[in-house]
Design a protein around this ligand. Sequence first.
Ligand code: GN1
Ligand code: MG
Length: 359
Amino acid sequence: MELKDIAARFAIEGKVLDIKPLGNGLINDTYKIKTDGPKDYVLQRVNNAIFQDVDLLQNNIVAVTRHIRKKLEAAGETDIDRKVLSFVPLVDSDKTYCVVEDKYWRVGVFIPDAFTYETVDPKYSRFAGEAFGRFEAMLADIPDKLGETIPDFHNMELRARQLREAVAADKAGRMKEPEVQEILATLQPYEEEMCKAERLHREGKLPKRICHCDTKVNNMMFDDKGNVLCVIDLDTVMPSFVFSDFGDFLRTAANTVAEDDPAVEKVDFKMDIFEAFAEGYISSAKVFLTPLEREMLPYAACLFPYMQAVRFFADYINGDTYYKIKYPEHNLVRTRNQVALFKAALAKVPQMQAFLATL
Ligand code: GN1
Ligand code: MG
């Protein structure tokens, strides 16, 4: 079946003119549908090897976007259609996805005149921090019970276990590479410390809240003046520690280079981006953050490069079955980069703590 036949199953206004690839996500396949009507659309194939319960996932997203829409309406917000995503039902039912030849598809409304960036300056970082804090604050009272679209997605204990399993299985025969052994030895000593959020949660000291869980820089839309419009890529919205959103944003935004830049010597953790983001985030999240959550934000800034290193590394060892790769060593290059970022962030924890104390 062709893309235009899939698009035809959704209640799209106007005639479809063309459908072209959009963006650079590592998981789903995304296309822009251009129409002759008032709106354009985004057609997406949800990767159901990774998101195994697409029904739960779409229910989450519809609940979240409806809740945010209501809040924006109540706040007298203008331009709501650019400030929250909306999904298009099928022609013959109110479901917002369809299954075609075992593939899952959905259509959202394309947000016009909006931009995403791969890097941000401190000013944008502050706006982003404020926006993610607000996103979490708006979802604090969502009445719907959201499921985990990927169970234990940001559970560091699970990620560490998956790495151990990958090492034991050695499916791609990569454990014989000396560098693989070296990276493993580098990561290992930090594992226990990095797993502390899970322990604190079991002890009842750390709550889970509804978080975005994929706050890469490029998952935020800005208008042409640099104002944040909305947060996109909602597949991973689920209960998690606030560290997810704080840490994952900085993982991409505070890195001096892209997450897959092979020039590891250029990797550093930008403190100005951290400071601006932390300031923005705390300004809107202070209404719900506990003292412990706040105190652990520098831990979050280290945890996410660490977790991502573990995830890229496990995927490399498994023979690249999860992340899309562009060349055979791509996941190894990503791993090196994230290990370097982890170390850079770790070295700056005292500076981060000192800054947070000034807020
Ligand atoms: C994936 O789909 P994308 O590229 O926004 C991944 C994130 C990783 C990221 C690394 C569902 O996000 O968790 O941080 O790649 N999403 C999933 O670039 O695993
Ligand atoms: Mg994305």
